[in-house]
Structures are given as C-alpha cells and as structure tokens.
Design a protein around this ligand. Structure first.
Ligand SMILES: Nc1ncnc2c1ncn2[C@@H]1O[C@H](COP(=O)(O)OP(=O)(O)OP(=O)(O)O)[C@@H](O)[C@H]1O
Ligand SMILES: [Mg+2]
Length: 245
C-alpha cells in the first residue's frame, strides 16, 4: 500500500515534470513569435487613439488596446513559468515567513471578498523562495475566489522529515471530479476573468523543485491543495543553481 502510494506520487511528479517541460517549449516559442508583432500592434493602436482625425474610431481602438494588453498579460504569465531550470535558485528557506508574505500580498483581495486568511506551522526547505511564493500566491488566490463572504482560508505548513507540506484549505464551493482532472491544463478556467494559468504555474514551479501538487475537493464542501516539497531539491536543480551563480 505504502509502495503503491510512493509509486503513484513518483508517477505524478514525473508526469508533472514532463508537462512542465512541454509547456516550457510551447511558452518560449509563443513568446518569441508573438511578443514583437504584439508590441508593434500596440504602438500603432496607441497612435490611433492619440490621433484626433481618428476620433470616430477611438472607442473601438481602446477596446483593441485593452485586448492587446490582455494578450500581453497572458504571455507574461507563460513566461513567468517558462524560465529554464537554471533559474530555480534553491536556498535555505523558512516557509512560515514566506507564507505570511504571500498572505499579506493577498490581504486586500481577501478583505474585499470578506474572507479571513490565516496560517500555522513551519518548515525549512531548500527552495527558490521567490518561485515558491508565486506558487502559494496562486493557490491562495484560487481559494479566496472559491470562498463565500464570511469564510476563511487556512494555510498549514508541516515538516515531515525529508519533505515539507504546504496545505491551502478552503471550505468554499469545491470542484467536481471532472474539474479536478482538468486542473493544470493551460487556459482551463471556470471564471470569466480567469486566464487559467494559476494552477499550471504552481504545478510547474513545484515540479521544478522535485515536488508535487495534489488536490482534494468536494463540491459544496471545499478544497485542499497540498504542495509537497522535498527538504532538499534533486541534485539536478542544485547543480544548475550552482552553475548559474
Ligand atoms: N480552491 C479552489 N476551489 C474551487 N475551484 C478551484 C480552486 N482552485 C482552482 N479552482 C478551479 O480551477 C480553475 C483553474 O484555476 P487557475 O488558477 O489555473 O485559473 P483561474 O484562477 O481560473 O485563472 P488565473 O490564471 O487568473 O489564476 C479555476 O477557474 C477554478 O474553476
Ligand atoms: Mg487562479
């Protein structure tokens, strides 16, 4: 039973890693091919918006400008998780202050949604603090979005010997099994304003550290997203980090 679990966890981690690698390639390609033409389109649209003789089209041009900005945002989202492995720079990282920082960054959003944020526990791992914080931010943001006013989101950190766990719990709307299955597919979102990149980013960051991201969810009862991180990342990451210094 234990071996089965360990094997399943390993399979999930290597699957996530393969997916992350594939996304890295797509992301880099998309970025290179779309960034420059988009900048040109944006500059031309902005010229049009400023040109009085194009006044009748101003409103429409502004819509185009907004949409171009949105595409750029999506690209930036991709680029932020397509950095090569070298850019994972593991260092001794205390998770408690890192989680506190992430919660602080989301406090205005939580206040607006009347959702209370709290955290407990601590663990120290070798990880890239900036990237792990990015992952936690995305998971907590999702938990806030799923929680009705008056609810709470709790982040629990645990040290379990050779690995650490960060569990983000909400008692919000939860997800049916089909949604859980589709989590981590680029651009899968059930929110009108969502880009569907949050979980992809989180999963890719965690996989780059040799860890995994697991979801337990039940419609109407809530969701727990659990990040498992090895206390020390695989030597591949450490070597790459050393080489990059
Ligand atoms: N804690 C959660 N509770 C309920 N549904 C969730 C939770 N986390 C993720 N989801 C579902 O998974 C989908 C994908 O999440 P993801 O973070 O990848 O994208 P998003 O939040 O829609 O957009 P964004 O890219 O802006 O984060 C969400 O639209 C939502 O349906
Ligand atoms: Mg999200």
């Amino acid at each position: 039973m234990r071996e089965d679990l360990a094997r399943a966890r390993e399979e999930m981690a290597s699957e996530a890693l393969a997916r992350a690698r594939c996304l890295e390639q797509i992301g880099t390609k998309v970025a290179h091919e779309l960034k420059n033409p988009l900048t040109a389109v944006k500059a031309l649209v902005q010229l049009g918006v400023r040109n009085p003789s194009e006044a009748p089209s101003h409103e429409r041009l502004q819509v185009v400008e907004k949409e171009v900005a949105r595409i750029q945002e999506i690209l930036a989202g991709y680029l932020s998780f397509t950095r090569p492995l070298q850019e994972v720079r593991p260092e001794r990282t205390e998770l408690r202050p890192l989680v506190a920082d992430a919660l602080l960054a989301l406090s205005a959003r939580a206040d607006q949604a009347s959702v209370q944020l709290s955290s407990q526990g601590d663990a120290t791992v070798e990880a890239d603090p900036r990237r792990i914080k990015e992952a936690i931010l995305n998971l907590v943001a999702n938990a806030i979005e799923a929680t009705p006013p008056g609810g709470e989101v709790v982040v629990e950190v645990r040290s379990l010997g050779d690995h650490a766990e960060i569990a983000v719990r909400d008692k919000g709307r939860g997800m049916p099994a089909e949604t859980v299955k589709r989590l981590g597919t680029p651009f899968f979102s059930t929110r009108e304003e969502g880009t569907g990149l949050g979980v992809v980013l989180a999963r890719s960051v965690v996989a780059q550290h040799g860890g995994s991201l697991r979801y337990d969810s039940e419609p109407g009862r809530g969701t727990t997203a659990t990040v498992t991180l090895p206390a020390r990342p695989p030597s591949r990451c450490r070597d790459a980090a050393r080489a990059a210094r």
